[in-house]
Design a binder for this molecule. Structure first.
Ligand code: NAD
Length: 482
């Protein structure tokens, strides 16, 4: 394993129905650690997006379930074989540390291989009609068909391979055509993935990748007349813009989070502190489901916060290419400056920094902040970096739940308790899409339903199984049956 080999400079092209398309204007992709230019991608204009949708719409996919399963499984295997190559690219363009990038690359195998396995299963249903006095001797069948139009997919920077995979794999599994616009911050991984798919045998008309600045071509992705459904993962701000712009189109929105890790008085504090630190710092804290607030009851807060500091001290923050690094950079210096400002604001309001280091460019070290007032920006907004904020709560589960529910977000949560009465209240009363007992909020498998409520999403789930459902039309048909 050699993390220290930088990937060669990539002057990339778009992939429109498999054709390599350039533009005069380009967008530079920069390494957040040293600001070197990793590559460039074309700055598409609205007409490129239109062309991609028109070509996709004109193509009628005819792949059998077996053919789709073969393409998806082959993709999984190619990604597994090229894990390090992908990890290098991810670290170079996202600044995620080598360990995180290797994990990112290996997770993708699951997404593609689960989609392959699910493709061969027909989930049609049968309803017998002779079941009431109004019944008839008939049966009603359901079958799922691909969308009539094209899927428009827009993805964020924080998981450059997996957020894209979670849109592409279920789309291909259901025989859909798709136009992808990866983020301008980490588009190179998405383009490399498209090439793996073509190599695995995907008809190129089924997948186009357009790149560029959202200010000039973003709306074209949302309003194209051939787009049937817009699937978006990213911030609340852009998600709401899509909801306002898409008109009569289906939309699937997977938006930001502000997930709590809740620590009750009966918890094994060492185990809880481990979850808190891992959950807040993995992927440089840039997971929609990262631990963004640690809600710990007063009676154990003092002891718990010491354990958190002990564990945070062990993390090495630095050069993302160094295989020993635990926390690389955040996506850019601008974001790091914003987190710094939020930490300072919390301190001005009474919080205390127990561990941290001065910011260096986009390097923002894991920072433990205790006694954070629960309504300050650091924990009320989504702070998308490796801050570990401890909010001390009254020794009362009703208050803990009230504080947890006091943000606009509702993605996921983790709870540390062994009391069944507490667990059942958290499951019933936390306003979130997921409650993980004794796990970080981000725990999932790639096919289980995943997604948030409130500002975190409209309630439609992702995960391969649910995404395959949302990418299909259910046709019911019936016939006489004696
Ligand atoms: P972002 O919203 O800034 O960008 C996401 C995508 O939207 C990018 O491709 C961007 O180019 C595009 N975009 C921006 N403006 C647009 C416009 N006007 N029209 C069309 N497209 C536009 O998000 P980000 O900073 O890349 O990602 C971080 C955010 O994503 C965080 O809030 C995080 O919580 C969220 N996220 C959510 C999930 C989830 O599953 N709920 C998963 C990962 C990330």
């Amino acid at each position: 394993m050699n993390a220290n080999v930088k990937p060669p400079f990539r002057a990339e092209t778009m992939r429109i129905a498999g054709k390599l398309v350039r533009t005069d204007d380009v967008v530079e992709v920069k390494n957040p650690y040293d600001n070197s230019v990793v590559g460039t991608v074309p700055a598409a204009r609205a007409e490129h997006v239109r062309d991609a949708f028109a070509k996709a719409k004109a193509f009628k996919p005819t792949l059998t379930r077996y053919e789709r399963q073969q393409i998806l499984q082959k993709t999984a295997e190619l990604l597994r074989d090229r894990r390090e190559e992908f990890a290098r690219l991810i670290t170079a363009e996202a600044g995620l540390c080598w360990k995180d990038s290797l994990y990112e690359a290996s997770r993708a195998y699951d997404v593609w291989s689960f989609a392959a396995q699910l493709t061969i299963k027909d989930d049609g249903e049968i309803y017998s009609c002779d079941i009431s006095p109004n019944g008839k001797a008939r049966k009603i069948f359901t079958t799922r068909l691909p969308l009539l139009g094209v899927i428009s997919a827009i993805t964020p920077f924080n998981h450059p391979l997996n957020m894209v995979s979670h849109k592409l794999a279920p789309a291909i599994a259901t025989n859909n055509r798709l136009v992808l616009k990866p983020t301008e911050l980490t588009p190179l991984t998405a383009l490399a993935l498209a090439d793996v798919l073509y190599e695995a045998g995907l008809p190129p008309e089924m997948l186009s990748v357009v790149t560029g600045n959202p200010s000039t071509m973003g709306d074209a992705m949302i309003t194209d007349p051939d787009a049937d459904l817009v699937t978006f993962t990213g911030s609340v701000r852009v998600g709401k813009h899509i909801a306002n712009t898409a008109g009569y189109k289906r939309i699937v929105l997977e938006l930001g989070g502000n997930d709590p890790l809740i620590v009750m008085e009966d918890a094994d504090l060492d185990k809880a502190a481990e979850l808190a630190v891992t959950g807040a710092t993995k992927n440089s804290g840039q997971r929609c489901t990262a631990v963004k607030r640690i809600l710990v009851v007063e009676s154990v807060a003092e002891e718990f916060s010491k354990l958190v500091v002990e564990k945070a001290r062990k993390l090495k923050c630095g050069d993302p290419m160094d295989p020993a690094t635990d926390v690389g950079t955040v996506i850019n210096e601008r974001s790091a400056i914003q987190f710094e400002g939020r930490v300072n604001d919390a301190v001005a309001k009474g919080a205390e920094i127990l561990h941290g280091a001065p910011r260096q460019g986009a390097l923002f070290a894991p920072t433990v902040v205790d006694n954070v007032p629960y309504d300050c920006e650091l924990v009320h907004e989504e702070t998308f970096g490796p801050v570990i904020p401890i909010v001390r709560c009254p020794n009362d589960i009703a208050e803990v739940i009230r504080i947890s529910n006091s943000t606009e977000y509702g993605l996921s949560s983790g709870v540390c308790t062994n009391r069944l009465d507490y667990v059942s209240r958290f499951v019933a009363e936390l306003e979130v899409g997921t409650v993980n007992v004794w796990e970080v909020p981000g725990y999932r498998i790639e096919m289980s339903p995943f997604g948030g409520i409130k500002d975190s999403g409209l309630g439609y789930k992702e995960g391969v199984v649910e995404a395959m459902k949302s990418f299909t039309n259910v046709r019911t048909w019936s016939m006489p049956w004696t």
